[in-house]
Structures are given as structure tokens and as C-alpha cells.
Write a protein that binds this ligand. Structure first.
Ligand code: 13P
Ligand code: SF4
Length: 302
């Protein structure tokens, strides 16, 4: 990433000085993903690897809930998020009070909470899940009914892939909710050999039109393994840029669908965070204690 070399060199030097690692979500821009990340992945991989990490400082190149999860599993480490405003429409869609009301309306039904939520919402939950393990997490509970929140489309996807009855919430991802099945069909008509991989945060007609549904890491694994001639990754568009850099033989159909929250993270902001050791993610100790349990329970599901 030659145009970014001075910034990348400065960040690499700061990482050594601070014994820091950068954890980058698959939606980060290529100069971050390939230029400075030590750990790359989907929400599940970042949570797992944050838990296994022996650095003193974790810089989360992702959104706020990802940094909170890293802090939950590393309470004694310094966890930095280069821009505190990097939020998520799903995390904004539900409060701890909403979860308490859902529990009151469905007594005894376990609450399965997508990691795209605040620590306060996780603290009201029985177990967390990600897009990569939601079905396995729901089935691990061995119960006939679960509440899956906050993403209504993910809940719908889980319901279609398990015999367990799913009570959903109404949140959506502002990025994935914009895709339509008609758009997928338009690209298929134009490129007959197209392989379509979709994220479960997409609406049901998009998932119906896809060849394969999976988390961001599952989509990447599919492309690396199958090497399709041409692929449409129905998700945030930086992910296609990141794999295209690695697999020049695969063609990508890539309408630009940017997550504005992910894009708040930039190289200058990562550098500034490492220089200042701020902004830090801090959690209320009581909320952190209660939120850690559902995250650790999820990580134990395997
Ligand atoms: P993944 O866990 O699949 O990476 O998804 C995270 C996310 O925010 C998708 O929009
Ligand atoms: Fe949240 Fe959607 Fe952005 Fe993922 S892509 S961080 S779910 S707003």
C-alpha cells in the first residue's frame, strides 16, 4: 500500500513500542486490513483471538461493540477504539430495558443475543452468538423456543435452519437491509457464471437468491476454497477489495455498500490512538461482569 507507507511504518513502530496488536474486522479498508492488522476476521474470530491475546494493548479496527467484546474478555488490558463514534445500527436498535420487557413477555425463554449489541444488552442475555455460529448456539441450548435479538433478518435465517421456534426483535443492519433479491437477479442475468454469497443480515429474498449464506469469514473461506470465476459478496464492499488483493484470478461484482461506522476507522486515527493510548473502552464493572458470561458461554460452544 505504497501511498500509505509513512502512516503504516509509524503504526508498526508504535505497535512494537506499546506491545500492541491491531485486530481488524473484514470490513476494514485494505490499507488497514493488509497494512497494519495483526489479527483479521469476523466478529467471532476477533472475539476468540482477543481472548487468547498476550499483548498489553489491543487496538480494535472495527466498531464499538467489537471493542467492548475485546474488553469483556480482557478486563485488565488497554483496549482502544480509534473513533468512539464507530457504532452499529443493530446495536442502536435495542436497549437493556427492551430485553427485560421481552423476558417478562416470554418467561423462561432463553435470550440469544447477537454480538452486535452493547455490553448493557449482553448483560441481560443468556448467551451471545455471531452470524457464524447462531444456529449452533441456538441448538446448543436444547430448548424448544428462544428469543434471538436484535437482528430480525438473522433471527429469520436461524428459524429456517433449525427446528427451534425463534422469537425475533426488529433491528436491522442499515447496510445489509438495502440489498434486494431483484438486485441479485439483475447481476445473475448479466453474469451467468456468477456465484452469490450473502450475509445473514440480508433480507430473506436476498438469502433465497444466494448460493450460500454465511458470516464474513465463511464467505472468505468459500472464495479461497472454491475460487469461483466471478463472485458477488452481498455484504460491505471493502471485503471484496480485501480478498481481491489476495486472489487476482477471481472477478468481483461489487456495488459499493459501505458501512459508515466501519469507515470511521482510518490509519491516522489508529496512529493517534496508539500515540495517545486513547480513546479507551471502559466498562461499568457490574455490567462487564454480567456481560462477560454470555460471551464466554458462546466461546465455549465451539
Ligand atoms: P461478521 O461476524 O459476519 O463479520 O459480521 C459482523 C457485522 O457487523 C456484519 O455486518
Ligand atoms: Fe453494524 Fe451493519 Fe455496519 Fe455491521 S455493517 S457494523 S451490522 S451497521
Amino acid at each position: 500500500w505504497p501511498g500509505y507507507a509513512p502512516e503504516i511504518d509509524a503504526i508498526r513502530a508504535l505497535k512494537r513500542e506499546r506491545n500492541a496488536v491491531v485486530l481488524a474486522h473484514n470490513y476494514q479498508a485494505p490499507e488497514i486490513f493488509h497494512g497494519v492488522a495483526d489479527i483479521q476476521g469476523d466478529s467471532l474470530a476477533l472475539a476468540r483471538q482477543a481472548a487468547d491475546c498476550d499483548a498489553d494493548v489491543l487496538v480494535v479496527a472495527g466498531v464499538h461493540f467489537m471493542a467492548e467484546t475485546a474488553k469483556l474478555v480482557n478486563p485488565d488490558k488497554t483496549v482502544l477504539i480509534p473513533d468512539l463514534r464507530a457504532g452499529c445500527s443493530l446495536a442502536e436498535s435495542i436497549t437493556a430495558e427492551d430485553v427485560r420487557a421481552l423476558r417478562a413477555a416470554h418467561p423462561g425463554v432463553p435470550v440469544v443475543t447477537y454480538v452486535n449489541t452493547s455490553a448493557a444488552v449482553k448483560a441481560e442475555s443468556d448467551i451471545c452468538c455471531t452470524s457464524g455460529n447462531a444456529v449452533a448456539v441456538v441448538e446448543s441450548l436444547g430448548v424448544p423456543r428462544v428469543i434471538v435479538l436484535p437482528d430480525g433478518y438473522l433471527a429469520h435465517h436461524v428459524a429456517r435452519n433449525t427446528a427451534v421456534e425463534v422469537i425475533p426483535w426488529t433491528g436491522t443492519c442499515e447496510v445489509h437491509a438495502r440489498f434486494t433479491g431483484a438486485e441479485v437477479e439483475t447481476f445473475r442475468a448479466r453474469f451467468p457464471s456468477l456465484t452469490v454469497l450473502a450475509h445473514p443480515e440480508c433480507p430473506p429474498d436476498v438469502l433465497d437468491a444466494a448460493d450460500h449464506v454465511g458470516s464474513t469469514a465463511q464467505m472468505i473461506a468459500y472464495v479461497r476454497r472454491e475460487r469461483p470465476e466471478r463472485v458477488f459478496l452481498v455484504t460491505e464492499c471493502s471485503m471484496s477489495d480485501n480478498i481481491a488483493a489476495e486472489l487476482p484470478d477471481v472477478a468481483f461484482v461489487k456495488p459499493c455498500t459501505v458501512c459508515p461506522h466501519m469507515k470511521r476507522i482510518t490509519l491516522p486515527r489508529i496512529r493517534h490512538a496508539l500515540e495517545m493510548l486513547a480513546p479507551r473502552v471502559e466498562l461499568d464493572p457490574d455490567i462487564a461482569e454480567r456481560a462477560r458470561r454470555p460471551v464466554e458461554r458462546m466461546l465455549a460452544v465451539g
